[in-house]
Design a protein around this ligand. Structure first.
Ligand SMILES: [Zn+2]
Length: 265
């Protein structure tokens, strides 16, 4: 079988390519960016976000991506109503998207009160990324009402932790004992008071004596959302919340006195 010369193949490919691109030129898709500029006022009003008082350029920057996917790849211009219906098919997540984009658009200190309110009310899952800044800004503006909304959202969407921050009251104490919301570092004494270490371990002694024995022997345990775990039962998971609690001399002494070795009974 005669093999085609390399040059011939190339020429064929070029010819094919040219053919394809000339065909493409005839199909003209709607340019979503152009359409957004044309529909901007109606889209902003339709979404009910004109009260944010942003500039046209800012609205365009925020809406570009969701608008383009709502338009899709079409050759005839969709009506603004059709696009709005698509954008609002899940209003909550659309507003969450706008809130996140707004957060990255302007420095939080430069947001107007209405904009900050919108952010706080709509941030939802985005709260994990920006809670510290939102909290300090609401605090700076003396907006306890907004802090309460943040707390509500944190309890729903945040990294809810078993330990509560004594300073801001959010359940946001990370494994390094720092508060993700206000930055406070909780002391081991405060941790132990909150857990009621002695009380909990005494209870453990009566229900899981092997675990209890391991904890007083090793001198530490892990506190997790599932409660107290001895080192051998603790399996760290990625992103999982846990605290390593080290017992001091006094605690060990008190606890050892209540432990009765089953073999000596
Ligand atoms: Zn805190």
């Amino acid at each position: 079988m005669p093999r085609k010369k390399k040059e011939d193949i190339k020429a064929e490919e070029i010819a094919k390519g040219e053919h394809k691109s000339s065909k493409k030129k005839k199909e003209k898709y709607v340019d979503p960016d152009q359409l957004l500029e044309e529909y901007l006022k109606d889209v902003v009003e339709g979404l009910g976000i004109e009260f944010l008082g942003l500039t046209d350029d800012e609205y365009i920057e925020i809406l570009r991506e969701p608008f383009a996917s709502a338009v899709g790849q079409v050759k005839t211009k969709p009506k603004v109503k059709t696009i709005l219906n698509r954008l609002l098919s899940n209003r909550d997540s659309m507003m969450e998207y706008v809130a996140v984009r707004l957060y990255f658009l302007r420095d939080i200190e430069k947001l107007g009160d209405t904009q900050l309110e919108f952010l706080v009310y709509n941030i939802k899952k985005g709260i994990n990324q920006m809670i510290d800044k939102l909290y300090s800004e609401c605090k700076r503006r003396n907006r306890n009402d907004l802090i309460e909304i943040l707390r509500y959202s944190w309890n729903q969407f945040g990294i809810l932790t078993p330990l509560r921050c004594p300073k801001c009251g959010f359940n946001a104490i990370m494994p390094d004992l720092s508060c993700k919301v206000c930055g406070y570092i909780i002391s081991m004494k405060e941790v132990k008071e909150q857990i009621d270490v002695l009380g909990e371990l005494k209870t453990l002694a009566s229900i899981e004596s092997a675990d209890f024995k391991e904890i007083i022997t090793s001198g530490y345990f892990f506190y997790t959302p599932q409660g107290i775990l001895p080192p051998s039962k603790f399996v760290p998971s990625q992103g999982g919340i846990f605290y390593e609690i080290v017992l001091n001399k006094d605690e060990k002494k008190i606890l050892s006195s209540i432990y009765i070795d089953p073999q000596k009974r």
